[in-house]
Ligand binder design. Structure first.
Ligand code: T3D
Length: 264
């Protein structure tokens, strides 16, 4: 598949996948979702890719679902089924990250919001630049955390902090994320890719099979409920996506104003 929204690079056994819609902060439009799922499947199959890095072009890692697409669909009167969107597009991406028996590192170069945050949380390791932040942006538009966020965030940050981040939508800055154990390391922005590539290169030269089996064992030890969680998120997001508050949240984002939520 020829990619329009990704840049793929290979060096020393490391496959780097760069989300490449910088003008939209690498938000997930339809093409990006399809292409990322494909690129992950290809990386999983390709024996020459022994470690995978996911990062974003420009100043953001990924701003989650493209809300301009959602607003357009709303105007057309064909509001999307968010449950279907998660089952068909987002959940397969998260599943592929977890099932790939090689290390996947998120090089978080800026803001990671909504499903962009979920993607980073699903990776095996997170290296963040000093200016990076993690935002459970869902609540800002009347939605619930999805794409595995209800599963990974409590496991990484603890239930209390995860709930706070999910219901406030406040940004978790890189330094605090490191203190909580949500990211493995924070580095100066200029050093993000060199530090990430050094680690990824080291892992790519390590015994890939043993690392893959370690990932499989840890998935089994701690992540066995992932499939249920992804499916349950999709069911609940279908409900949240039909609320007036969600429509208002998307409208407010488009109009660059604060939303007025009514609870309906
Ligand atoms: O729908 C389904 O299928 C269900 C699945 C949902 C999964 C989700 O991800 S839901 C959550 C969706 N994402 C968000 O709600 C985040 C929206 N973005 C923001 O809140 C802010 O942009 C950020 C906090 C991420 C960054 O803020 P800031 O001030 O640094 O940048 P900005 O000025 O808001 O954005 C810069 C541009 O990127 C701007 O475009 P413009 O005005 O210059 O033409 C902005 O509209 C665009 N942009 C940012 N995020 C998105 C986006 N465009 C489309 N979709 C976005 N998500």
């Amino acid at each position: 598949m020829a990619y329009q929204t990704l840049v793929i690079e290979d060096a020393n056994g490391v496959r780097t996948i760069t989300l490449n819609r910088p003008d939209a902060l690498n938000a997930f439009n339809e093409a990006l979702k399809i292409e990322l799922a494909d690129a992950l499947a290809v990386a999983a199959r390709d024996a020459s890719a022994r470690a995978v890095v996911i990062t974003g072009a420009g100043r953001a890692f990924c701003a989650g679902q493209d809300l301009k697409d959602r607003a357009r669909e709303g105007e057309d009167g064909a509001g999307a089924s968010l449950g279907e969107s998660l089952r068909a597009r987002y959940n397969p991406i998260i599943r592929r990250v977890r099932e790939m028996e090689k290390p996947v590192i998120a090089a978080v170069n800026g803001v990671a919001a909504g499903a962009g945050c979920s993607l980073a949380l699903a990776c095996d390791l997170r290296i963040a630049s000093e200016g990076a932040s993690f935002i459970q942006a869902f609540v800002r538009i009347g939605l619930i955390p999805d794409s595995g966020a209800t599963f990974f965030l409590p496991r990484l940050a603890g239930l209390g902090k995860a709930f706070e981040l999910a219901v406030t939508g406040d940004a978790l800055q890189a330094g605090e994320a490191e203190r909580l154990g949500v990211v493995n390391r924070v580095v100066p922005t200029a050093e993000l890719m060199s530090v990430t590539m050094e680690l990824a290169g080291r892992l790519a030269q390590a015994p890939t099979r043993a690392i893959g089996l370690t990932k499989r064992a840890m998935n089994r030890a701690l992540l066995t409920g992932l499939e249920d969680a992804l499916d349950y998120e999709a069911s609940l997001q279908e409900l949240a996506g039909r609320t007036h508050d969600h429509a208002e949240g998307v409208q407010a984002f488009m109009e660059k104003r604060a939303p007025h939520f009514t609870g309906d």
